[in-house]
Design a protein around this ligand. Structure first.
Ligand SMILES: [Fe+2]
Length: 460
């Protein structure tokens, strides 16, 4: 349903507007218009849900079994020496982590609007799923905190410069968070789609670990989304729990279906993986560096009768500049990058260009130069998805520092004055929102919310 006729914004603008401290009314209206538009597209999308909602549990189990069989076939092929299916190298994996960042950083957001109904048994499973997305207030289990750590270790903040399609899923999730009251079947349908375990989650987890990237964010979803008793099973149960006793069954299920199909819109895991073009990424990187870099070189070297500054001054010249560097032997593709003079200029503390490129950017340049070359030191051992090779260094601080203590003290003080349980939960709910649930105050509020929620009144 349309709440207003406010013109719809771009997904990216809407995403950041809804993540603002307190979204303006205009942003909330735009979110409703945006959802209406996306739902029109979803309604015309192919859908693999069974026609009979009573078949949903069977359908979910069958999907999980199929995924399991395909994953076993993948593992067997890898054990027989087949190359990684998704990530050619670490730079490719980092590109993927960046491309899906806008979605992962609002993980679970579509369920936020149901917190207001924490005491309604119909939504018990969905509220519980949301609280688990938040790690029940424990930073080490909070999905957004875990993803932020992955970004800090492998991507940085570059994801904010991504184009609109990468923000479509995040914008949808945040819009559902704002308007759960008006899009309840769509929220439940979206959840049904999001929580089924896809094959790409299993393969991604395996290959990230193989490349030495901590896969915990992904492996956590394998365990919690299982079809037997995890989020996938609960997502089916949530459809039945919320099924209306009055009203039109067909309309309810059609809206569930449309919400389910929202999952297919915008950039996806597979589209991000497929589109990676390392040469294009290196060109983009040098174009960005060239904005200032064309004023920084001493013009000692000339390539094709032009100085480095002249090459860098015009972004359109960068592809030709790279080709000239290859022709001159400064870049030797498909060989050990250490054989390339260009790499020697940027890698190492004594390198003339030390510090110009950060670790993620050097990884990209390294892997592009290396191309098909395989380091003899690289291992083809099966991935151990339990290994945590790069445990994060930037985890959320516990509420122990003086400034953070002040927030905690204030929250406890405000809660102490509330004798009514609903008022107590109402005070906490804004702190569990997608925009602040991974902050220290948000984590504290989540723990307090869980204590009350787990007391069992929702089961009454
Ligand atoms: Fe999650």
């Amino acid at each position: 349903m349309s709440i207003t006729a406010t013109p719809t914004r771009s997904a990216k603008a809407l995403y950041f507007a809804l993540l603002a401290c307190k979204p303006a009314e205009q942003a909330r209206n735009a979110a409703a218009s945006y959802l209406d538009e996306q739902l029109k597209t979803a309604a015309n999308s192919p859908c693999d849900l069974p026609d009979d909602p009573l078949q949903l549990a069977t359908w979910s189990s069958q999907q999980a079994a199929q995924v399991g069989h395909r994953y076993q076939a993948y593992l067997e092929s890898r054990q027989n020496g087949t190359a990684r299916r998704y990530f050619h190298n670490k730079a490719h994996a980092q590109y993927f982590l960046k491309g899906v960042a806008p979605t992962k950083l609002v993980d679970g957001a579509w369920l936020y609007g149901l917190l207001a109904h924490w005491n309604d048994a119909r939504f018990n499973t969905l509220v519980r799923t949301y609280l688990e997305e938040l790690g029940e207030g424990l930073a080490e289990q909070n999905h957004v905190v875990l993803y932020r750590q992955l970004l800090a270790n492998h991507v940085g903040e570059d994801w904010q410069a991504l184009d609109d399609p990468y923000f479509v899923q995040g914008a949808i999730q945040l819009a559902l968070a704002e308007h759960a009251e008006h899009y309840l079947p769509e929220v439940i349908g979206f959840n049904l789609g999001y929580e089924q375990m896809p094959l790409h989650l299993l393969i991604t987890t395996y290959e990230l670990a193989e490349l030495g990237i901590d896969p915990r964010y992904f492996s956590l979803h394998i365990t919690v989304d299982n079809a037997h008793n995890g989020h996938a099973r609960r997502a089916v149960q949530a459809v039945y729990d919320a099924w209306p006793h009055l009203g039109d069954d067909d309309t309810f299920y059609r809206r569930i279906r449309n919400g389910y199909c929202l999952n297919q819109l915008g950039a996806s895991t597979l589209s991000v993986i497929d589109e990676f073009d390392p040469r294009q990424e290196v060109i983009k990187l040098l174009q960005e560096k060239g904005a200032l870099g064309h004023l920084m070189h001493v013009n000692r070297c000339r390539f094709a009768e032009r100085t480095v500054n002249q090459w860098l001054a015009n972004p359109a010249d960068i592809p030709t500049f790279l080709a000239v560097l290859e022709q001159r032997g400064w870049i030797k593709r498909h060989q050990d990058p250490r054989q390339s003079h260009f790499w020697q200029l940027i890698e190492g503390e004594r390198a003339p260009m030390f510090g110009v490129f950060n670790a993620h950017e050097r990884q990209l340049i390294h892997d592009w130069i290396a191309g098909d070359w395989v380091s003899p030191a690289s291992s083809t051992r099966p991935a151990d998805t339990r290994c945590l090779p790069d445990r994060p260094s930037s985890s959320q601080p516990p509420l122990s520092g003086s400034d953070v203590d002040e927030e905690a003290r204030l929250l406890h003080q405000q809660l102490a004055g509330l004798t009514d349980r609903q008022a107590y939960m109402n005070r906490l709910i804004p702190l569990l929102s997608p925009r602040c649930q991974d902050s220290a105050a948000g984590l504290l509020a989540t723990r307090l919310f869980c204590q009350q929620f787990n007391r069992g009144s929702a089961h009454a």
